[in-house]
Design a protein around this ligand. Structure first.
Ligand SMILES: *Cc1c(COP(=O)(O)O)cnc(C)c1O
Length: 361
């Protein structure tokens, strides 16, 4: 049996280090923000090669607070990928702005920069590229279009911890880069967590206020902020796991290589990695018009799979009011109907690739 994901394996491998770190926080008597969160913020910024990291409660809040700090609100439009996890869109609707979907590049499934210009209007305030499944979106043309028009770029990096674009780690290329440390992510906590990285000190300072009741000094509130703080217990866990992130991403990469060999000629469409990209392999996503049959064959062989994502955001009831139709986004529609994810992670056994190939014939 190979489950799609077993998070307990990650804990067991690092049990001693993690237990020590968690007990250190419990023993410290300090349970909100403080040294542990600051320590993680510094180490995460350093890993990403960026000046500032601000810890928040989760990845969705990272996106929402980023849009808020840029002043995006009602009447504004924000460009989002048509093919993404719904959180990207929910951040836009949360600040009262309108998500404007742009279709993906057919090979990488990331937002297609050549389709951006025609989606931009005078109300466009920001573009949110997503580094989906761990592979960086093509940032340079996106940043160029945005810079020329005075539009902000906020990256949704929730799936791309450690990924590289043109040799540089994701984390500092645009105005604000948003991270989730949800347990299943490449760098995952044992609960919720998130962060924003940036090279702009002004935005970092405002984010620190916004996440903490809009307050820089206790009981003095300069803006109507929220409570969205990274928990120090989770920060301590993340500091331990960060030391193993490169190693764990290498193990993911090895699994991806085994899949690409074992599944060549299988009829499945395999992931395409651009020559300028180093994927973090958050997910290994294949596609086939015959998806349902293949998933059931794999299930019978004891191999777990999942669909990321079965219903595109424009067809979710949550966005019914926007009156999108399936015909407007045929590529997102097709991907939702054909993609599925094979087991991927640092603890997936290396025989998985041959097992999948044998099962699907
Ligand atoms: C996980 C994820 C998020 C949201 O993160 P949470 O921490 O669960 O709020 C946002 N965008 C993408 C692409 C994600 O995969």
């Amino acid at each position: 049996m190979i489950p799609f994901l077993d998070l307990r394996d990650g804990y067991l491998e690092l049990k001693n280090e993690i237990d020590t770190a968690v007990l250190r926080v419990l023993d410290s008597g300090w349970y909100i923000l403080g040294e542990e969160v600051e320590g993680f913020e510094a180490e995460w910024a350093n890993f990403c090669g960026v000046e500032h990291a601000v810890g928040v409660a989760n990845g969705l809040d990272a996106l929402v607070l980023s849009l808020r700090v840029l002043g995006v609100g009602p009447g504004d439009e924000v460009i989002v990928p048509s093919h993404t996890f719904i959180a990207t869109w929910l951040a836009v609707s949360a600040v009262g702005a309108k998500p404007v979907p742009v279709e993906p590049d057919c090979k990488t499934y990331n937002i297609d920069p050549s389709r951006l210009a025609s989606a931009i209007t005078e109300r466009t305030r920001a573009i949110i590229p997503v580094h989906l499944y761990g592979q960086p979106a093509d940032l340079d043309p996106i940043l160029e279009i945005a810079r020329d028009r005075g539009i902000a770029v906020v990256e949704d990096a929730a799936q791309s911890h450690g990924a590289k674009y043109k040799g540089k780690r994701i984390g500092g290329a645009s105005d604000l880069v948003c991270w989730s440390f949800y347990p299943g992510k490449n760098l995952g906590a044992f609960g919720d967590g998130g962060a924003i990285t940036t090279n702009r000190p002004d935005l970092a300072e405002k984010l620190r206020e916004l996440r903490n009741y809009g307050s820089k000094k206790k009981y003095v509130n300069s803006v109507a902020g929220v409570n969205s703080r990274l928990d120090p217990v989770q920060a301590a866990v993340l500091r331990v796991k960060l030391r193993h992130l490169d190693d764990w991403n290498e193990r993911r990469n090895a699994i991806a290589e085994l899949y690409s060999v074992a599944l060549a000629g299988s009829g499945l469409v395999l992931p395409t990695v651009s020559n300028w990209a180093e994927s973090a392999w958050h997910l290994y996503v294949v596609s086939s018009p015959n998806r349902d049959h293949l998933m059931s064959v794999l299930k019978d062989a004891g191999i777990g799979t999942q669909i990321h994502y079965p219903i595109p955001p424009h067809m979710q009831e949550a966005f019914q009011g926007s009156n999108f139709t399936p015909e407007q986004f045929p590529l997102a529609q097709k991907l939702a109907g054909e993609v599925f994810s094979l087991p991927m992670g640092p603890h997936v056994p290396t025989n998985v690739a041959d097992d999948v190939r044998r099962a699907i014939g």
